[in-house]
Design a protein around this ligand. Structure first.
Ligand code: NAP
Length: 685
């Protein structure tokens, strides 16, 4: 099969330059790839003019809904992908990490988009800043999607997950994507991408695919574009220093080599659950995806006292690994993606072996189940070891991207930290200890070199995601060698595709722009009590001012009796006076809140469905018996939730008889939409 690219809304099959893509199992040609003749300028133009424009018209919640629909569509059509995935050398378990894991990422970003981002096309970043004495000039950071295209250049090891983990945050941000998978396994990426196109869920131009080389694509990028690269250090350097990319300051995010470490705690000797968990995890990480995981454990670091025990336990477990045709159920480790990758791993193993000894795995002599080692890309797991980790360099610098790990002993926790540091920046490290002090010292000692650290022990092992699984909510990326410390997890991953801009304006302009009322912005007098208006009818800035109410000593005593809160500041004049904050007895904060509700609530059944919390509550001035309070209630912002209701955030200020603010807070209510209110009326009727 000749794999076509998907460019400017149609499939494009290159007439020349086809490169055969061999199966990892037996070398037969699975497909061939070429992008010869592709008009790369057309791809970038189409992405910007058609895809970006369509995506930017949608809110985050609408884009999140697209991701969810896509996840459901792909989830129902996974089976043929598994079949194709075997040819990449993956076992069924490996494929689940790649295919199901990728689809899971879409689901996760979809729910993050709905929960953590507004139903708007911009994001407010941080709080509003006052910039002037009289409050007529304020500042606010906002984030808006870049107007360019996200170019995703991916590695061969995760053909599906690698595409979707980058695709999801970009689409959620409102940026169109050009996916360029690594050629070796591009047939699987292509198969999943074809399902995305077939679904028709995304607007035209939102996603395009290049199978084969990127040609002169980089010449067409500018400062509104983003390149997100996963692969080797060398390719990353070459792309980042491309003259046009450098000139245009095109954003460049890199995920590169990483010499991840697992550290066994100083107390976690044989017989402890942490020792067993460590051994299990190192073997799992060496063999999952045949070690072709960016997060795989490359350096297993143990206390010197447990070095021999760890070596024997690892060797014993590795002896049970069954290498072979991943279609066979008995096989526990499949093949590398290609024979050339196998050769690259062996070259690196030779460099590592110059400074280490081999404890397990002979690449010349090993058995493969249901497969011919001479034609497939198989390797046995290879465990290397050095007793002098601080006197060698190779294990800290050379990543053999296969089932290869090096065991090293440490003499003190400080030593362990130094060994880890020699990796010059990694994606992830795991720490196996049940000792709080050791865990704290290790984690704080190595965190500057990592994007993520996972502490595994007997309490969390069952539910933990293990050493190697990045989660959509958490950072994936790392400092130094691993790529430069870019944060790619969670909504911050989405923000990579957006520009942060400081806006300075009057409170009125700011409220109109950000759809968020703050003190200083004009109030809109409410003609009808806000509690009588549906979600759609309520206007940002709509305000009522309550009647006043005087708080008496009898109120305070009644409240104290009723609630049982007889704190001395409310009940004992002398004790209250001795308190540096009060001049005598004061009203309970909760009494003030309760009375405030009594002043602004309109009680009859209506669109307000529920009060579900207060935020940013501050009691600013004490209220003494005889003081008179009044309330200002203003619609601060609205956030759509469901067809029947949405969240309203109210700005509340309680003042005293001198017009001084005594308390402020934001009140959250769920309010019926017009449709929801109508449905409720029908139900009552
Ligand atoms: P690679 O050779 O650097 O290739 C990575 C990607 O770059 C592929 O899509 C490749 O396409 C493309 N590419 C290569 N030359 C290019 C050029 N001149 N212009 C544009 N694109 C170009 O890396 P690899 O050896 O395939 O991948 C394995 C490496 O990836 C390992 O070192 C591993 O550590 C790293 N990795 C890192 C992470 C992470 O998150 N840190 C994750 C996975 C893998 P072609 O395939 O068509 O050449």
């Amino acid at each position: 099969m000749i794999l076509p690219s998907y460019a400017a809304g149609r499939w494009y099959e290159a007439p020349t330059g086809q490169i055969a893509l061999p199966s990892a199992i037996d070398g037969h040609t699975v497909a061939s790839a070429s992008s010869a003749g592709l008009n790369f300028a057309e791809l970038t133009d189409f992405a910007r003019s058609t895809g970006g424009r369509a995506l930017r018209k949608l809110t985050f919640h609408e884009r999140a809904a697209l991701l969810r629909a896509l996840a459901v569509y792909l989830n129902d059509r996974r089976e043929p992908l598994y079949e194709l995935s075997y040819d990449t050398g993956a076992t069924k378990r490996d494929s689940m990490i790649d295919i199901d894991g990728g689809i899971g990422t879409l689901f996760a970003y979809s729910s993050k988009g709905r929960r953590e981002l507004p139903d708007e096309r911009f994001v407010l970043d941080g709080a509003q800043e006052g910039l002037s004495k009289r409050g007529t000039f304020v500042g606010q950071h906002i984030l808006t999607p870049l107007r360019g295209v996200a170019v995703h250049i991916n590695a061969y090891n995760f053909p599906c997950w690698g595409m979707l983990e980058k695709f999801a945050p970009a689409i959620l941000a409102g940026m169109p994507v050009i996916v360029k998978p690594a050629s070796a396994t591009s047939y699987l990426t292509h198969a999943m991408f074809a399902l995305i196109v077939e679904s028709g869920i995304l607007p035209p131009g939102a996603a395009q695919l290049i199978v084969g080389s990127t040609g002169n694509l980089l010449d067409h990028l500018d400062g509104q574009d983003v390149i997100s690269f996963t692969g080797s250090l060398e390719t990353s350097l070459m792309l980042h220093s491309h003259p046009n990319v450098a000139r245009q300051a095109t954003r460049f995010v890199a995920e590169r080599d990483s010499l991840n470490a697992a550290i066994l705690g100083p107390e976690a000797g044989p017989g402890t659950p942490e020792f067993d968990l460590f051994i299990k995890e190192v073997v799992r990480e060496m063999t999952a995806k045949a070690g072709q995981k960016c997060t795989a454990i490359r350096r297993a670091i143990v206390p010197r006292a447990f070095y021999d025990a760890a070596a024997s336990a690892l060797v014993e477990k590795l002896g049970a690994v069954v290498v072979g045709n991943p279609r066979s159920e008995a096989v526990t480790m499949g093949a590398l993606a290609t024979r050339s990758q196998r050769a690259a791993v062996l070259e690196n193993v030779a460099l590592l072996e110059a400074q280490t000894e081999r404890l397990f795995g002979d690449p010349e002599h090993y058995t493969t189940l249901d497969a011919d080692a001479a034609t497939g890309a198989f390797l046995p797991p290879i465990l290397l070891a050095t007793e002098l980790p601080l006197s060698v360099t190779a294990p800290h610098e050379i990543e053999a991207f296969g089932p290869v790990s090096t065991l090293m002993p440490y003499d003190s926790v400080e030593d362990a930290i130094e060994i880890v540091r020699r990796g010059a920046g990694s994606l992830v490290a795991s720490v196996f200890t049940y000792d709080d002090d050791a865990a704290t010292e290790l984690i704080l000692g190595i965190s500057a070199f990592h994007g993520r650290i996972i502490a595994i022990d007997r309490d969390d092992a069952r539910e933990s995601t293990g050493h190697g699984s990045p989660l959509p909510g958490l950072t994936h990326g790392g400092p130094g060698r691993a790529g430069g410390g870019e944060e790619l997890g969670g909504v911050r991953g989405v923000f990579h595709y957006m520009q942060r801009t400081a806006i300075q304006a009057s409170p009125a302009r700011m409220a109109a722009l950000t759809k968020t009322w703050t003190a200083g912005a004009p109030e809109r007098p409410a003609a009808v009590h806000p509690f009588r208006q549906t979600f759609e009818e309520l206007q940002i800035g709509e305000t009522i001012h309550s009647e006043p109410r005087t708080i008496t000593l009898a109120d305070i005593e009644h409240f104290a009796e009723f609630t049982g809160d007889k704190f001395y500041a409310h009940m004992d004049e002398a004790a209250a006076r001795a308190n540096p904050f009060f001049e005598g007895r004061v009203a309970h904060g909760y009494l003030i809140l309760a009375f405030a509700a009594g002043l602004f609530v309109d009680p009859a059944p209506g669109p307000v469905l529920a009060n579900y919390g207060l935020e940013r509550l501050r009691f600013i001035k004490p209220v003494a018996p005889g003081d008179t309070i009044a309330v200002r209630l203003t619609v601060r912002s609205k956030s759509a939730r469901q067809p029947d209701y949405g969240e309203v955030r109210w700005d509340v200020a309680i003042t005293n008889q001198s017009d001084e603010i005594v308390a402020t807070y934001e009140l959250l209510t769920m309010n019926a939409t017009t449709a929801g209110a109508t449905a409720a009326l029908t139900k009552v009727g």
